[in-house]
Design a protein around this ligand. Sequence first.
Ligand SMILES: [Cu+2]
Length: 291
Amino acid sequence: MKRILFTTMLAAVLLVAGCGQSGGKSEEPAMNHSTGHGSGNSESSSQHEGHEENGGAEEGVSSNVQALFSYSNDSVKPNEEFVVKIRIQAPDGEPYDAFDTVHEKKMHLIIVNKDLSYFSHIHPDYEGGGQFTITTSLPAAGEYKWIADFKLEGGSALNRSEWMTVQGNAPALKPVEPDEQLVKTVDGKQVTLSMDHLMANMELSLNFHIADASTKEPISNLQPYLGAVGHVVILSEDAEQYLHVHPTEERSTGPDASFMTTFPHSGVYKIWGQFQQDGKVFTVPFVVKVP
Ligand SMILES: [Cu+2]
């Protein structure tokens, strides 16, 4: 399973802080349903249905849930705002319009580029009728994967994704290299990741220990972010596997934040931990190799 369980309240609010760039725009450009050159599953038609990440065996209603991504611009260019609409529907086009709020939102949208050097976590607004909308921009040419994570009312967490391309000369991709040391400094915080064991197919605990980077004093005044001590996203290096991660102690305020997950198979994975202190979200990335 590779979905992340989130919770919570809806908001027409853009979760700007640390949650990536979003911008609520009220006027809507005409949508051109073009996009998605790129990955092997691209289609020639203009609208694309999101694919389920995990090749997982979804049954019943879930397996019929589609996400139709459409973009306001024919060709998206770097640093140029565009509107993305994501419509959640059945194969016959009938929208699903009842969603549970998970980690304070009805939909979490993760955007990464092909080598996972770019990461954004934003929250589209729900407009009703199965339709989510957000205005955003992307920093450079190249391919990006969009992963929409949501939950139909009373159902289980789902994710649907697709690749799209930002036009132009894409910077060279870099290999996703495992970190030699799982200690990073971000925004004045020193974050140390530890795992109780690192094996495929076995539930494990991820612990983030957060200290002040200069004094090394543990930080114990983390604020809730999306209703929990933090938020963690994990993707396999090819972005095909999106892992389900959940906090074990939601109410912790630091210095430790623990989460449970299961790596489905051996390989390289990138992990992004997001935490909040003093009203600011910071994102710390790690790359691990699962034997
Ligand atoms: Cu989110």
